[in-house]
Design a protein around this ligand. Structure first.
Ligand code: SAM
Length: 290
């Protein structure tokens, strides 16, 4: 066999733990202006994108994270028209957001043009429908600067960032969250990629502590994403109306029907509501945040 290349996720090196994939074919590898990028094919997971040693998206399980980051805030809000995605260069979340007929405008602020460029080639299932949708606007910029300066206002902000390292670190800062708060319309909600608390407990509680300084309600919800190793993945949640995360299944289902009842593979109205029922160890750490 040609010498197989094994590619490791190095995100948890501080824990003395790595997940390693046997790459069947490396499709793209470069040091962009912002980060190291490798895209490879793997027999079980399909295409795998890694940025700075952290798994970002795999074609085998992308639907879990992309559906949960898009449909939960939009259907909890109930009348979302203007959406902002910070990060999200592969366009997987944008593709889910644009399935909602209520969405009139979607702005995506991605720092790294290279991520979008190769996603066009390697993830056409996402970028195809997104880049041809008239409601979509791509801005290549640092999300921190964008939320601080924009005069646009949004109903939902989805922070689809990398982990708090490299260019993504600023997207976990209080200054960034204050910028998001500034460009949210009244009744708006922000959701964030907030890691796997079994390995990254401080990332979650650190974010929630900052949310609670800026919003009346800082919380999270969970999903099981096979390639975000370590058990439950958390998505941070911030809004000024606690009821937004307590919408009943029946109401979520009615909103989903109005939105067009598009096909999903993970999200359902029941999963939406259940995602806010946190396992005890996560609930306790969230409750302990001031
Ligand atoms: N689903 C992935 C996860 O959970 O880690 C994230 C996917 S997406 C590829 C993350 C994107 O955030 C990348 O395209 C990266 O370039 C972008 N990004 C990192 N820092 C950023 C910043 N400061 N402003 C805007 N985009 C940023």
């Amino acid at each position: 066999m040609a010498n197989d290349r094994w590619i490791s996720e190095t995100l948890f090196d501080d824990l003395g733990f790595r997940m390693t994939y046997k790459a069947d074919r490396v499709l793209y590898e470069m040091q962009t202006e912002h980060q190291h990028l490798v895209l490879f094919e793997q027999s079980h997971f399909g295409k795998v994108l890694m940025l700075d040693g952290a798994t970002q998206v795999t074609t085998s399980d992308e639907f879990v994270y992309h559906e949960m980051m898009a449909h939960v805030p939009i259907l909890a809000h109930g009348k979302a028209k203007d959406i902002l995605i910070v990060g999200g260069g592969d366009c997987g979340i944008a593709e889910e957001v644009l399935k909602h007929k209520s969405v009139k405008r979607l702005v995506q602020v991605e720092i790294d043009q290279s991520v979008v460029d190769f996603s066009r080639e390697h993830f056409p299932e996402f970028t195809g429908p997104v880049l041809s949708d008239k409601r979509f606007e791509l801005v290549i910029a640092d999300g921190m600067k964008y939320v601080a300066d924009t005069d646009r206002r949004f109903d939902v902000v989805i922070v689809d960032s990398t982990d708090p390292q490299g260019p993504g670190a600023v997207l976990f800062s209080e200054e960034f969250y204050a910028g998001v708060k500034r460009c949210l319309k009244p009744g708006g909600v922000m959701v964030t990629q907030n890691g796997v608390p079994f390995f990254q407990p401080d990332e979650l509680t650190g974010s929630i502590e900052k949310f609670r300084k800026l919003w009346k309600d800082g919380f999270c919800y969970v999903a099981a994403i096979p390639t975000y190793i370590g058990g439950h993945m958390t998505m941070g949640w911030a809004s000024d109306d606690r009821k937004l995360r307590q919408v009943a299944v029946k109401t979520v289902a009615q909103r989903y029907a109005r939105a067009g009842r598009f096909q999903t593979r993970y999200w359902t109205p029941e999963v939406h509501v259940a995602a806010f029922a946190l396992p005890r160890f996560i609930a306790d750490s969230v409750a302990a945040v001031k």
